[in-house]
Design a protein around this ligand. Structure first.
Ligand code: HGY
Ligand code: MN
Ligand code: MN
Length: 408
């Protein structure tokens, strides 16, 4: 069938992205800071509910704070599409929202064309995908699938000491009912997440779209270096037990360890010194490690080496280090039948692996799951420089529309 409809456009971007372009701008960091159940993310939730209701979709919040918008009756074997609306601190405009906006636009286009689905269909917005507030990425999908226990999730705290349980309760999601959502999981027949590409893959392949093959194994570890808090002027250099110096040595070792391995990635993008005064030798320094590798065993080996070297660094400064695994995601290979179906339906687009984590990766071990990537001409993500052209975004919506037409 010929496409009769086109996605709405405003000010040179998809109209849905234009609607939310002013929400959560971060004047200090640049880009967007949209964190679960805080001002901007709450505005985005309200925007989603209104936009979905405007399309006649039936919106609900599930027991873990994820949003669902049903096209037609809720039911088993549903085709579920969507992504997330939260961001990293100072993130880009597309990571998450592009998938949500494109899903709504694809449904809107099918509606204009008079298409009537013969199978349940829903758009989902997963909560706390980036883990920017509570530390564990993909928290909404992990809770829904049982990949994290409700007790563990309830006990996670944000930078102000607010627990996930408290934040959930304050936002109408009962913390007592957090956890594996068997009803929701039974309803998902398959899940498709459209996402901006987060590397240079599509630039180099000269294609606006790709379908995902796999996600690197990845995880987060917290290294807490403990020393002796003391006075910056009164403490002789030889008398210090400075955890900042130990942490600095460990960070250099992290880079060396990852760089010495074929395709491993290790990042320290966050650290905290306690108490954090210019004239105070810290008593504790926490360093968050994000590590990723091709295989689960590679990453275990990498983190093992990093732990040894961090321990040496701590000992050299007469400090101690404790290591806590905050989250773990094994390597994901997406469903090959669904992937091949999408590739064929999209005229033979390339198949790409990704180093970025996604809710689709969490769902992949439970239900057939696929991802569609939209070219990112900057090749940059988790930064205000992340980009996708309007033409490529439209190609993504059209792709999703065609995929839904074929599946529904
Ligand atoms: O951290 C990640 O890979 C992500 O984009 N959630
Ligand atoms: Mn991201
Ligand atoms: Mn994302």
């Amino acid at each position: 069938m010929t496409n009769l409809a086109a996605p709405a456009v405003a000010h040179g971007r998809l109209a849905g992205l234009d609607d939310i372009v002013g929400i959560g701008r971060d004047a200090r960091r640049g880009g967007y800071s949209r964190h679960v159940w805080q001002g901007a993310e709450l505005e985005l939730r309200a925007w989603f509910m209104e936009r979905a209701a405007g399309l006649g979709l039936d919106v609900e919040v599930d027991r873990n704070g994820n949003l669902w918008a049903w096209w037609g009756a809720r039911g088993a074997d549903a085709v579920v599409v969507g992504s997330h609306l939260d961001s990293v601190p100072g993130g880009g405009e597309f990571d998450g929202p592009l998938g949500v906006v494109s899903a709504l636009d694809a449904i809107a286009m099918l509606q204009v064309e008079g298409f009537v689905p013969s199978r349940p269909c829903a758009v989902i917005v997963f909560a706390e995908e980036e883990g920017s507030r509570f530390g564990v990425a993909c928290l909404g999908s992990r809770l829904m699938t049982g990949a994290i226990s409700a007790d563990r999730a309830r006990s996670l705290v944000d930078a102000d000491g607010v627990s996930f349980a408290e934040a959930a309760d304050a936002n109408g999601v009962s913390s007592r009912h957090l956890g594996v959502d068997r009803d929701a999981m039974r309803r998902i027949g398959l899940f498709i997440e459209l996402h901006v590409e987060q590397g240079r893959g599509l630039i180099d392949l000269d294609s606006p779209l790709a379908v995902a093959s796999s996600i690197l194994a990845h995880g987060r570890w917290r290294f807490d270096f403990a020393g002796e808090g003391n006075h910056a002027g009164a403490t002789r250099m030889r008398d210090r037990r400075d955890p900042m110096v130990a942490a600095a040595r460990a960070i250099v070792a992290i880079r060396e360890a990852a760089a010495a391995r074929a395709d491993d990635r290790a990042t320290v993008g966050r650290m905290e010194a306690v108490p954090g005064g210019t004239n105070v030798i810290p008593s504790r320094v926490s360093v968050w490690l994000d590590a990723r590798s091709q295989e689960d065993s590679d990453i275990r080996a990498l983190v093992g080496e990093i732990t040894e070297r961090a321990t040496e660094a701590a000992t050299a400064e007469d400090c101690f280090v404790t290591v806590t695994e905050e989250s773990w995601s094994g390597r994901v290979s997406f469903d090959t039948a669904l992937r091949d179906r999408l590739v064929a339906g999209l005229g033979g687009v390339p198949v790409l692996p990704t180093g970025a984590g996604h809710d689709a990766g969490v769902l992949a071990s439970r239900v057939p799951t696929a991802m569609v990537f939209v070219r990112n001409p900057s090749g940059v993500s988790h930064s205000p420089e992340e980009h996708a052209t309007l033409d490529d975004c439209i190609a993504g919506v059209r792709a999703l529309e065609g995929i839904l037409r074929g599946l529904l």
